[in-house]
Design a protein around this ligand. Structure first.
Ligand code: C2E
Ligand code: CA
Ligand code: CA
Length: 674
C-alpha cells in the first residue's frame, strides 16, 4: 500500500514537471515564432536587396535602350529609374539594412563606394537628353560598377536572409519537436497515471470489499458467542428491542423469555476443568438449538454468558400452558446425561419463564425470567418456574443477603449455635450440632437454610463454612470433654475448597481434638461427587474425625448409600420423625433403617424429635441418639450450659432413674464454662 502511494507520488511529480516543461517550451516557442515573424516583417533584408537589384537592372536596361533610341520616352525611363535607385540607396541607409551591412565590412564599403559613384552620375542621368553619346557610354560603364555592387550586396542579402530564415525554421522545428516529445511524454505519463489509477481503483475496490467483509465478520463476532456460535447478549438485546417495538402496537401478541441455566455447571468447570466445561456448553447448545428448532414459535436462542442462555418465543393464542410445556421439554432435553470424551456427566437445567402482559411494559422481561430462574434454583433446581410478582421481593431479598454476606462473615455476625444431642440409652448429652445463625441489622434473623443456599450459589459458603468450623472448635474446647460437635458441610465446599486441608488447618490452629468432631454431609454429595466425596471423607476418618450422613429420609434415601462409605453416623430426617405418631409404617421404616445401619456398624441419630412419644418410638426402633426441640433448640455458646441442664432434665423426665447421675456431674462441668 505504502509502495503504491510512492509510485503515485512519483508519477504525479513527473506529470506536473512534464506539464510545466511543456508550458515553458510552448511559451518559448510562441515567443520565438513571434520574434521571427517580427524580424521578417519588420525588415526583409532579402527583399530590399532583391528590390535594389531589380531597380538597378531596370536603370541599366533603360540607359542602354536610350543610348540606341535617344527617344524622349526612354530618357524619361532613365530619369524615373534614377530616382528609384536614388530612393533605394535611401532604403539601404535604413537601420535594419545597416545592421546587415555592418555584419560584414566589405558590404558597407562596396555600397558606400557604389553610392558615391552613383551620386556623381545622378545629375547627368537626370538630364540624359543633354548628355553626349560618349558621355553616355561612360555613364553606362560607371553605372555598371554601381550595379555590380548593388547586385553583389543584394545577392548576399538574399542568401543571408535565406540562411537566417533557415536558422529560425530549424530553431522552431527543434522547439516544436521538443514540444512534441514533451507532449508525448505527458500523454504517456497521463496514460500511465490513468492506468495506475485504474489499478489502484481495482485494489481499493478489493480492499473495500475486504473491509466490508471484515466489518461483516466483526459484526458477526460482536453479535455471536465464540464458543457456541449462538447469538450473544448484544444480538439478543437488539432482537428483543425489535420485538418490544412490535409488542407496543395494539393487538400485538405476547412474547415469552426463558432464562436457562445449567445447574451444576460451575462444579463441572471446577472439577473437570474448562475444556470439559466448554465441551458441555457446546453439547448443551446443540440440544437447545435442536429442541428450539422443533418449536414453531421460537424467535431466538442466545448465550448470555457462562452457562446462562435465553430463549425468546412468541406466545401463540395466549396459550401460557403450551409455553410452559415447551420450557419443560427444553429442561428435560438439557437434563439428559452428557457424554464428554467418555465421561458421563449428570447435569440438570433450571428454566425461569416470564411472559409479557398485554398492558405492561415488556422491556424488563429478561429480568423477570432471571428472577424466576434464580427462584427455580433456590427451590431445588432442575425445574421450570413461571415468574410471579412475589418472586421479585424474594429476589431483592436474596440479592441483599448475598451482598451483605461477605461483611457478615468478616465481622463475625454469623455465629454458631448449638443443638444438643442426647443418648437415649443413657439420657446423657453426647454433644451438639453446630447450626449457623445470622441476625442482620435490618433484615433481622436470617435462616441458615436461606443464607447457606445463597452462599452455596455464590461460593461464599467456603469462607462461611471455615469460619463456623473455626468458631465452633474454639467454643467446643470449653465444653465437657465427652461432648463432641457436629458441623454441617455443603457439597459446594467439597467442590470448591481443599476441604481436607481447611479442616486440618482449623484443627491445628484451634487445637480441637479430631475425635470430638463429626462432619455432616447430605446424600446429594454422594449423588454428584461419589468418588471424590468418598476419597475426602476417608481422609477425614483417617484423621480421626467422624462422618455423618445427614437428612436421611429426604431425596432418594437409597440404602445403598450406606454401603458406599463407612459412615460413623446416620441422621434420620425430621420429616420421617414427624410421621411417627400418625403413621405406624414410619416407625417400622425407621426400625429397618436402624437395624440396617447397626449391621453396618453405623450409629443412628434421629432429628427433630419434639414430643415424648416420638422419642419413645425412636428409642424403641433402636435409635442411638436423639436431637430435637424436646431436648432443646439451638442456642448460642453462652446459653449452652443452661441448654445442657434443660436437655438432661428433659431426658430425666423420660428416664427418671438415670437422671441424677449425669445431672449432678454436668451441673459442675457446665458451670465452669462461664
Ligand atoms: P440440618 O443440618 O438438617 O439442621 C437441622 C435443622 O433442623 C436445624 O435448622 C434445626 O434448628 C432444625 N431442628 C432441629 N430440631 C428440630 C425440631 O424439633 N423441630 C423443628 N421444627 N426443627 C428442628 P436450622 O438451624 O434452621 O438449619 C437449617 C439448615 O441449614 C440445616 O439443616 C443445615 O442444612 C443448614 N445449616 C445450618 N448451619 C449450617 C452451617 O454452618 N453450614 C452448612 N453447610 N449448613 C448449615
Ligand atoms: Ca445437619
Ligand atoms: Ca439434618
Amino acid at each position: 500500500m505504502r509502495l503504491r502511494f510512492n509510485i503515485f507520488n512519483l508519477f504525479g511529480v513527473g506529470v506536473v514537471a512534464a506539464f510545466l516543461a511543456i508550458v515553458l517550451v510552448h511559451s518559448n516557442l510562441v515567443e520565438s515564432t513571434q520574434d521571427a515573424m517580427e524580424r521578417s516583417s519588420r525588415f526583409d533584408v532579402a527583399w530590399v536587396g532583391a528590390g535594389g537589384r531589380l531597380e538597378a537592372y531596370a536603370l541599366q536596361k533603360s540607359l542602354a535602350r536610350y543610348a540606341v533610341t535617344k527617344s524622349p520616352g526612354d530618357a524619361q525611363q532613365v530619369q524615373l529609374f534614377t530616382d528609384i535607385v536614388t530612393g533605394r540607396f535611401g532604403i539601404f541607409a535604413s537601420p535594419t539594412f545597416e545592421e546587415f551591412l555592418d555584419a560584414k565590412a566589405s558590404r558597407r564599403d562596396q555600397l558606400t563606394e557604389a553610392s558615391l559613384r552613383f551620386k556623381r552620375i545622378v545629375p547627368e542621368l537626370k538630364s540624359i537628353e543633354n548628355v553626349s553619346d560618349d558621355r553616355i557610354s561612360v555613364l553606362i560603364s560607371e553605372f555598371e560598377t554601381v550595379l555590380r555592387a548593388i547586385d553583389r550586396v543584394g545577392a548576399e542579402a538574399h542568401s543571408e536572409s535565406v540562411n537566417h530564415a533557415d536558422a529560425i525554421r530549424r530553431e522552431l522545428h527543434e522547439k516544436q519537436s521538443l514540444q512534441k516529445w514533451l507532449a508525448t511524454s505527458l500523454f504517456v505519463l497521463i496514460a500511465l497515471l490513468l492506468g495506475l489509477a485504474a489499478i489502484q481503483n481495482y485494489f481499493l475496490g478489493k480492499a473495500g470489499k475486504k473491509a466490508m467483509r471484515a466489518a461483516r465478520d466483526f459484526s458477526y463476532l460482536a453479535h455471536h458467542d465464540n464458543l457456541t456460535g449462538l447469538p450473544n447478549r448484544m444480538a439478543f438485546n437488539v432482537e428483543f428491542e425489535k420485538v418490544v417495538g412490535r409488542l407496543r402496537r395494539p393487538g400485538a401478541g405476547r412474547v415469552a423469555i426463558f432464562a436457562v441455566d445449567l445447574d451444576e455447571f460451575k462444579a463441572v468447570n471446577d472439577r473437570y476443568g474448562h475444556p470439559t466445561g466448554d465441551a458441555l456448553l457446546k453439547q448443551a447448545t446443540l440440544r437447545m438449538s435442536e429442541t428450539c428448532a422443533t418449536f414453531e414459535n421460537s424467535i431466538m436462542t442466545a448465550r448470555l454468558g457462562g452457562d446462562e442462555f435465553a430463549v425468546m418465543m412468541s406466545v401463540p393464542e395466549d396459550d401460557v400452558d403450551a409455553i410452559l410445556d415447551q420450557a419443560e421439554t427444553l429442561r428435560k432435553a438439557l437434563s439428559v446425561p452428557y457424554d464428554i470424551d467418555g465421561t458421563t456427566l449428570v447435569v440438570n437445567a433450571s428454566v425461569g419463564v416470564k411472559i409479557s402482559a398485554p398492558d405492561r411494559d415488556p422491556s424488563n422481561l429478561l429480568i423477570g425470567a432471571d428472577i424466576a430462574l434464580s427462584q427455580a434454583k433456590a427451590s431445588g433446581k432442575n425445574r421450570v418456574l413461571l415468574f410471579d410478582p412475589s418472586m421479585h421481593d424474594a429476589f431483592i431479598r436474596q440479592a441483599l443477603i448475598q451482598s451483605e454476606l461477605d461483611n457478615a462473615i468478616e465481622n463475625d455476625e454469623i455465629t454458631p449455635h448449638y443443638q444438643i444431642k442426647v443418648d437415649v440409652g443413657t439420657g446423657r448429652v453426647v454433644g451438639a450440632e453446630v447450626l449457623a445463625r445470622w441476625t442482620h441489622p435490618t433484615l433481622g434473623p436470617v435462616s441458615p437454610a436461606e443464607f447457606t443456599k445463597i452462599a452455596e450459589q455464590s461460593g461464599q459458603i467456603v469462607p462461611l463454612g471455615r469460619k463456623v468450623l473455626e468458631k465452633a472448635c474454639r467454643d467446643a474446647l470449653r465444653f465437657p470433654r465427652e461432648m463432641g460437635i457436629a458441623v454441617n458441610l455443603s457439597v459446594v465446599q467439597f467442590v470448591r475448597d481443599d476441604l481436607v486441608r481447611t479442616v486440618r488447618e482449623v484443627l491445628d490452629e484451634t487445637g480441637f481434638p479430631a475425635h470430638r468432631l463429626t462432619l455432616e454431609v447430605t446424600e446429594s454429595l454422594m449423588i454428584s461427587e461419589t468418588d471424590r466425596a468418598v476419597e475426602i471423607l476417608s481422609q477425614f476418618r483417617e484423621m480421626g474425625i467422624s462422618v455423618a450422613l445427614d437428612d436421611f429420609g429426604t431425596g432418594y434415601s437409597a440404602l445403598s448409600y450406606l454401603r458406599t462409605f463407612e459412615w460413623d453416623e446416620l441422621k434420620i430426617d425430621r420429616s420421617f420423625v414427624k410421621e411417627l405418631e400418625t403413621d405406624e409404617r414410619a416407625g417400622s421404616i425407621v426400625g429397618s433403617i436402624v437395624s440396617m445401619a447397626h449391621q453396618l456398624g453405623i450409629k443412628v441419630t434421629a432429628e427433630g424429635a419434639e414430643t415424648p412419644r416420638q422419642i419413645e418410638i425412636l428409642r424403641d426402633a433402636g435409635s442411638d441418639t436423639i436431637q430435637g426441640y424436646h431436648f432443646g433448640r439451638p442456642v448460642p455458646f453462652s446459653d449452652f450450659p443452661a441448654a445442657v441442664l434443660q436437655a438432661v432434665a428433659a431426658a430425666a423426665r423420660l428416664e427418671r432413674h438415670r437422671v441424677p447421675q449425669q445431672s449432678a456431674n454436668l451441673s459442675g462441668k457446665v458451670a465452669r464454662l462461664h
